[in-house]
Design a protein around this ligand. Structure first.
Ligand code: ASP
Length: 452
């Protein structure tokens, strides 16, 4: 008798080839409460390999560029050929191939719509073949089509968002006596066209289904045992995180932790359902749990993240703080030049705006500078490039004295100049801007200070 259900999602590396897919199925079958399985498209089998989603993007671009797309389609089919052969279900290939062939006949009039229909085919084909393999091995499993199940999305192709009405239809996925195999990453618009979430969006699908069926936990399987306190490529053998809150994870994901698709946590966060990040290659390891609240005693900081390629625009004007609407006007100028910002630290007579520098075209830079001088009479505008933002996140920060001082001294000890400091009012995180070339050293010194 099953008292509660789990939704589990498997990422691209966990599904990269037949052997991996067998492991995924073993993991699913090992726990009868795993009832809904969300799959990504097969990822890379080695560093030089290409993800199926990227092969599909190449295919779409070839077709949109006026080519027949035949070699690109063959590359996709060949990945699924290898997988079906390895799983001992070669009889499934003709039907899967026929579905993929149909992609070439779709209208190319709307390039975004065409691109999304092709991108979605990786997850869709994988879900069909995982369900077929489970059935072949004697299990009751069913492929469920997201559009038919009611995963309704906005028509922002490539960047679609869930329409709230979906929850009602998707809740019907609960309580089935078969295993539901659900492709991640896409749904359909109200008009019935396929639309995808941003890249990495299968995480979002898993989170939505977890919320819709009110599952007990959302298990997110990857190929690492834990989320670590800091990028293991920067600090050697960092501590694993056993428990972290959604807010801490959100801060760290947006600051460069590549664990999670950033928007993925929202549906489960709203319902307070825990997420368990686990390793498909080591299923006995309990992994990292993302929860609403954790006991911060002795561990005020959850982790340290770094992210590069930021630009800091610095503006100064004497008596700026006496002017009504000064900040709003600056941000409006930024917005009207198509830039979204990450931080806006201010002083009495100065203000900085920090954003990803790829957004700053030459044209935007000269328009912003000109408008700041003419519309706001600023005295100085400077741009600093190639900065890295280092974020230290932890719910315990607001209750512990001296965290900022410890962090700043750790960076100073490494002989690194802090270009800017910012702390959100929630006191869950603080961020330091340093020169891009200094960020790894700064992260190592912070890690040693808080966890060494
Ligand atoms: N296959 C998609 C991607 O590569 C979505 C996902 O894997 O989550 O972005």
């Amino acid at each position: 008798m099953i008292f509660y259900m789990k939704v589990c999602k498997f990422g691209g590396t966990s599904l990269a080839d037949a052997d991996q897919i067998k492991k995924v199925c073993d993991v699913v079958l090992a726990d009868p409460s795993r009832r809904i399985v969300v799959v990504s498209a097969p990822g890379k089998r080695s560093d030089s390999d290409i993800k199926v989603t990227d092969l599909l993007i190449d295919l779409a671009n070839a077709c949109l560029g006026g080519n027949d797309g035949r070699p690109e389609l063959d590359a996709v089919v060949s990945r699924f050929d290898d997988i079906t052969a390895g799983l001992g279900i070669p009889e499934e290939l003709p039907a899967l191939r026929a579905d993929l062939e149909k992609l070439l006949t779709l209208s190319r009039a709307h390039s975004g719509m065409f691109m999304d229909a092709l991108k979605a085919a990786g997850e869709d084909t994988t879900a069909k073949l995982v369900a077929a393999y489970l059935r072949k091995t004697g299990n009751d499993a069913k492929y469920i089509n997201p559009g038919q199940a009611g995963m309704r999305l906005t028509d922002d192709f490539g960047n679609a968002r869930l329409l709230e009405e979906s929850y009602k239809s998707l809740s019907a996925l609960a309580g089935k006596d078969y295993l539901t195999i659900f492709p991640g990453f896409f749904g359909t618009t109200q008009k019935g066209d396929i639309a995808t979430f941003p890249r990495g969006g299968s995480d979002i699908t898993g989170s939505i289904l977890t919320a819709a069926v009110n599952a007990k936990v959302y298990e997110n399987f990857t190929d690492v045992d834990y989320v670590y306190r800091v990028n293991p490529k920067i600090a050697e053998n960092p501590d694993p995180i056993l428990e972290i809150t959604y807010r801490e994870m959100r801060e760290l994901s947006s600051a460069g932790f590549a664990v999670y698709q950033e928007e993925a946590l929202l549906p489960v966060y709203k319902r307070g359902i825990p997420v368990n990040v686990r390793n498909v290659n080591n299923p006995s390891c309990m992994g990292t749990r993302i929860v609403l609240e954790r006991d911060c005693a002795g561990a005020p900081i959850a982790g340290i993240a770094n992210d590069g390629d930021f630009c800091c625009m610095y503006i100064s004007k004497y008596l700026m703080n006496h002017e009504y609407g000064f900040g709003r006007h600056v941000l409006q100028i930024i917005e009207e030049n198509g830039i979204s910002y990450d931080h806006t630290p201010t002083g009495i007579d100065d203000m900085s705006v920090v954003f990803k520098q790829a957004q700053l075209t030459d044209e935007a830079k000269s328009s912003i500078t000109k408008r700041l001088f003419t519309e706001l009479n600023v005295e100085k505008v400077d741009f600093a490039y190639d900065l890295s933002m280092i974020t230290v996140a932890g719910e315990g920060m607001s209750r512990s004295v001296g965290i900022a001082a410890r962090a700043a001294s750790a960076i100073a000890r490494a002989g690194i100049n802090i270009e800017m400091i910012t702390q959100g009012s929630s006191e869950v995180s603080m961020a330091f801007a340093v020169k891009g070339s200094d960020d790894r050293e700064a992260v190592r010194s912070l890690y040693a200070e808080f966890f060494g």
